[in-house]
Design a protein around this ligand. Structure first.
Ligand code: CO8
Length: 258
């Protein structure tokens, strides 16, 4: 287990599992939790023995947002000079696939943290929302941008302006969630998904992630060109030879992550 105070860290084979662990505050994201999650993700991202990172919370709450008690007394100068919560952006630079396993509340920064991940698996109890407007602020960890890209303007605008929550069925229909699973199966299912990803060739998984993410940053023709060049570069890997040879020889590939 781990030396951290606000999270638990477990390595299971090639999967790193980060469990947000501030149960009394419904995993509210305070500065310490942010530092710990970001530092662990960066450590796992740099470790070639890790092929996927899973971030989860408790059954009741993935995370109920940024820590309101910590934020309430802050002044403009405090948040501006600290570039308050900018460190969360570093998760977007991780090259290893990140999987969020969400049960219960994923509100405000909790919804934003889930959206920073690449695959979002949710239990049938999950609830998503950007309720910041009710507190006199707006989303601050990318919610207004990533929610809009995920579910479209109409729904994102309504959620950011009214602060209403979205139940998991609506979130899946809208494209925010990869898949819904029964709450009791969430962790096992998410670990199985993370393990499947982690057993693929790591450099190829990184390329696939980079190519999908490029679609958010470029025109279609630029994105397609980027994809084709990355596809070409896959032929420079040993794992391309192994993957295709294994298919032809009717056996399971044994990727060397090179
Ligand atoms: N921050 C701090 N403490 C929290 C938070 C939070 N976000 N959410 C819950 N808690 C605490 C409660 O204060 C309570 O503590 P205590 O027992 O000491 O009173 C404990 O967790 C349990 O919560 P409740 O008693 O409220 O539990 P309920 O089951 O009645 O309600 C809810 C659960 C609906 C999730 C409710 O707790 C709630 O509405 N929480 C706040 C949700 C919210 O507004 N989140 C958005 C926060 S703002 C944000 O995320 C902005 C991010 C961007 C900032 C970036 C700046 C640059």
């Amino acid at each position: 287990m781990s030396d951290y105070e606000t999270i638990l860290l477990e390595r299971r084979g090639r999967v790193g599992i980060i469990t947000l662990n501030r149960p009394k505050a419904l995993n509210a994201l305070n500065s310490q939790l942010m530092r710990e999650v970001v530092s662990v993700v960066e450590e796992l991202d740099a470790d070639s023995e890790i092929g996927a990172v899973l971030i989860t919370g408790s059954e009741r709450a993935f995370a109920a947002g940024a820590d309101i008690k910590e934020m309430q007394p802050k002044s403009y100068m405090d948040v501006y000079l600290d570039d308050f919560f900018a460190a969360w952006d570093r998760l977007a630079s991780a090259r290893t696939p990140l999987i969020a396993a969400v049960s219960g509340y994923a509100l405000g920064g909790g919804c934003e943290l889930a959206m920073l991940c690449d695959v979002l698996i949710a239990s049938d109890t999950a609830v998503f929302g950007q309720p910041e407007i009710k507190l006199g602020v707006i989303p601050g960890i990318g919610g207004s941008q990533r929610l809009t890209r995920a579910v479209g303007k109409a729904k994102a605008m309504e959620m950011c302006l009214t602060g209403r929550n979205m139940k998991v069925e609506e979130a899946e229909r809208a494209g925010l969630v990869s898949r819904i699973v029964p709450a009791a199966d969430l962790l096992d299912d998410a670990i199985a998904t993370a393990t499947t990803i982690a057993e693929m060739s790591l450099p190829i998984a990184m390329m696939a992630k980079e190519a999908v993410n490029r679609s958010f940053e470029s025109s279609l023709s630029e994105g397609v060109l980027f994809e084709r060049r990355v596809f070409h570069s896959a032929f420079a890997t040993e794992d391309q030879k192994e993957g295709m040879s294994a298919f032809i020889e009717k056996r399971t590939p044994s990727f060397r992550h090179r």
